[in-house]
Design a binder for this molecule. Structure first.
Ligand SMILES: [Zn+2]
Length: 196
């Protein structure tokens, strides 16, 4: 670990502590930092996730609901320019004991997250909830815009059209390249423009 920032530890809440507190709903408003919040070319900037959530004790259940937010950055899949965006997600989850027993009656825990045990203590660990929500919301194939055609469709023609059969070294005389020269002049094109 190269950072001493909290990496998810502040997403773990002792069940005993939650139950001991007099208030029924606990408000969590802070940032957490999770590693590996990334898919394809998109990643959460610094792994930072802002939490604005409530934890409510309800008999055997712990209800977790509210908003989480992140900023992400990635590459447009067509023009490879940098793309960024924000995620604002709602979460609404239930935690309950993994034995599925409530007052001796078995109930379905399929849609619930189980409590975890850390150092002999039952805890509610929100990391999986937060991580799954963010990963599902990250764009798998980011686009700078729906209309993006790439930096210059003529510069990235299909494989067939870039096959040059003649061996003329002065390719700038090739009318196909002359078109590109004009574009370069018009747009002050520089190769750095497309390098991230
Ligand atoms: Zn693009």
């Amino acid at each position: 670990m190269t950072t001493n920032r909290s990496t998810g530890e502040n997403l773990v809440f002792s069940l005993a502590m939650l139950r001991r507190r007099p208030e029924k709903v606990h408000q969590i408003k802070n940032d957490t930092f999770l590693e590996s919040l990334e898919i394809s070319t998109a990643h959460v900037i610094e792994g930072r996730v802002h939490l604005d959530i409530s934890i409510e004790i309800s008999q055997e259940d712990v209800l977790v609901f509210g908003q989480i937010g992140s900023s992400w950055s990635g590459e447009c899949r067509r023009c490879i320019e940098k793309v960024s965006g924000k995620l604002e997600l709602s979460i609404d989850e239930v935690f309950r004991a993994s034995d599925g027993l409530e007052n001796g009656v078995k109930f379905d825990i399929e849609d619930a997250f189980p409590f975890k045990e850390i150092n002999g203590e039952q805890v509610v660990d929100l990391e999986e909830v937060v991580r799954d929500s963010v990963l599902l919301a990250l764009p798998f194939s980011p686009l700078c815009s729906e209309e993006c055609l790439g930096p210059d469709p003529e510069r990235f023609p299909t494989q067939d059209s870039i096959h040059i059969e003649d061996t003329d070294l002065d390719s700038k005389k090739d009318p196909r390249w002359a078109v590109l020269d004009d574009l370069k002049t018009d747009k002050n094109f520089s190769p750095e423009d497309t390098v991230a």
